[in-house]
Structures are given as structure tokens and as C-alpha cells.
Design a protein around this ligand. Structure first.
Ligand code: ADP
Length: 258
């Protein structure tokens, strides 16, 4: 693994990297997150599982500042994301990268350019340095020979691997993964999950992951949080959650998906 995707500064293990405190999010009359509290320690891989509509994606969207909570505080690496003045929010937000279900690559740009665009524009990195790093990241995701391909020339799985490289190019402290294989044809899923397993194993990046791929969750997670109706109803190691779930709702959910 290239040392290049290691963090500039190793995670400060004395701090929580993500902290949700009494967070409530409503859409109209519907309470989607209900006084939610949880935290993620630096370098850990935490997976959110639970039935559709239980609020998992909303958590990732709050961290990306694509939504705002009605109540509560959200912190990233000690910086306030909510409530916070715009400048502090931007600083907190910079530490987060996200990979979406739909890969959202720029269709008119090559794989390489998709990855260099934000580091050059947002971080002010030189074009040469950004390209060198982008090539290393494309190598990392197994696409070192496809630098010049446009998204339409790549399979869905390859596009998603470019999207992973693009998120890492911003050197985030936290990588958010939202059902990253659910839009893929079944035969392309394994390649993407293998890349993520590799990254989880060999880097110190913190991961917060929403997935229905239970084997993947079992492999990469340090902790699994089971959601139901906007609350964490059970949490623990993957061994505990998958082998000895305590909550009836967890047993029902796992019974339906495993
Ligand atoms: P999950 O990821 O667990 O499937 P979500 O966080 O996507 O759950 O959604 C939780 C609930 O919030 C669902 O009932 C969904 O319909 C609702 N919801 C999500 N986004 C919006 C929105 N922008 N407007 C209205 N309702 C929304």
C-alpha cells in the first residue's frame, strides 16, 4: 500500500472523531433521528445497519452538511459542524469524504481528472502533484491503467472505484460510505468491496459505513450500530451483533437479510 494515502497527521486517539449529541432531525412531521447520541473513535470502522427508513443515510448526509439537524450538536475531530458559524462548519466538513450509491463522476472528464479536480481547486495543490497522487490512488483501486478513460468507458464497479479514489484524494480523516455497491450489477460488487477491505486493513482512515452487505460489515467493522426508527437500539462488535444479538428487532432484521 502506498504511504501516500496515510493521513498527514496520525489520528489523535484521545479525541472522538465523530460525535453526535442529542441530535434530532425531522422532515415535516416525521422524526427521522430521535435524540441520537453516538461517537466514533479515530481509526475505527463503524457500520450502521438497520431497516430501510431507519435514518442511516440521513446521518451521513448531516455529516456532509447536506442536511441540518433541528436539535443537538455534531462534532468532527473536535470541530463543530452543527450548530456552528459557517467558517467553523467548513473546516469541520473538510475532514470528511463520502462515496455515494450513485458514483456521481463528472461525465466529461477522464478518471484522472475526476480525481485531480478537487485537490487542485479546493486544496490549491499543483496539477503535477495532484496527478501524481491521483495515479497512485488509481493504482490502489486497481485502475492504474485506466487514467485516461471517461466514465462511460468504465463499468459501474470501475466507476465506483474511481469515486473511492476521488474521495481519498482530499485526504479526509473520515470516509463515509453510503450503500456503495447497491447500484452495481451483482458480479461487480466483490471487486469494490475488496478494494474497501484493503483500504480498511492498510490505512488509518476512519470509516462510517451504511451497508446491506452483512459479510462485508462483519469483515471490516470494529463496531456495528443497529438502528431502528432513528435510534441506536443495539451496538457492539460484529461477533456480538451477528452471532448473539440481544434485541428482538436486531434478530428480526438479521433474519430477513442474512
Ligand atoms: P435509511 O438510510 O435508514 O434507509 P434514510 O435516512 O434514508 O433511512 O431515511 C429516513 C426517513 O427519512 C425515511 O422515512 C425517508 O423517507 C425520510 N427522508 C429522507 N430524506 C428526506 C427528505 N429529503 N425529505 C423528506 N423525507 C426524507
Amino acid at each position: 500500500m502506498s504511504a501516500d494515502i496515510r493521513l498527514d497527521t496520525p489520528p489523535d486517539t484521545s479525541k472522538e472523531l465523530i460525535r453526535f449529541e442529542n441530535v434530532t432531525k425531522r422532515f415535516g412531521d416525521t422524526t427521522v433521528l430521535d435524540n441520537l447520541c453516538f461517537s466514533v473513535q479515530p481509526g475505527k470502522h463503524v457500520t450502521l445497519i438497520g431497516p430501510s427508513g431507519s435514518g442511516k443515510t440521513t446521518i451521513l448526509r448531516l455529516l456532509m452538511t447536506l442536511e441540518s439537524p433541528e436539535e443537538g450538536t455534531i462534532q468532527v475531530n473536535g470541530d463543530r459542524l452543527f450548530p456552528a458559524p459557517e467558517k467553523e462548519r467548513r473546516e469541520a466538513r473538510k475532514q470528511i469524504g463520502m462515496v455515494f450509491q450513485q458514483f456521481n463522476l463528472f461525465p466529461n472528464m477522464t478518471a484522472l481528472r475526476n480525481i485531480t479536480e478537487a485537490p487542485v481547486r479546493v486544496l490549491g495543490m499543483s496539477k503535477d502533484e495532484a496527478e501524481e497522487r491521483a495515479k497512485e490512488l488509481l493504482d490502489l483501486v486497481g485502475l492504474g491503467d485506466r487514467c485516461d478513460a471517461k466514465p462511460t468507458q468504465l463499468s459501474g464497479g470501475q466507476q465506483q472505484r474511481v469515486a473511492i479514489a476521488r474521495a481519498l484524494a482530499m485526504r479526509p480523516q473520515v470516509l463515509l460510505l453510503d450503500e456503495v455497491t447497491s447500484a452495481l450489477d451483482p458480479e461487480l460488487v466483490a471487486g469494490v468491496l475488496d478494494v474497501l477491505r484493503d483500504i480498511a486493513r492498510s490505512t488509518d482512515i476512519t470509516m462510517l459505513c451504511v451497508t446491506h452487505e452483512m459479510n462485508f460489515a462483519r469483515d471490516i467493522s470494529d463496531e456495528v450500530l443497529m438502528f431502528d426508527a432513528g435510534k441506536v437500539i443495539e451496538s457492539g462488535s460484529p461477533e456480538k451483533i451477528f452471532s448473539e444479538p440481544e434485541h428482538e428487532r436486531t434478530r428480526e432484521f438479521l433474519g430477513a437479510v442474512l
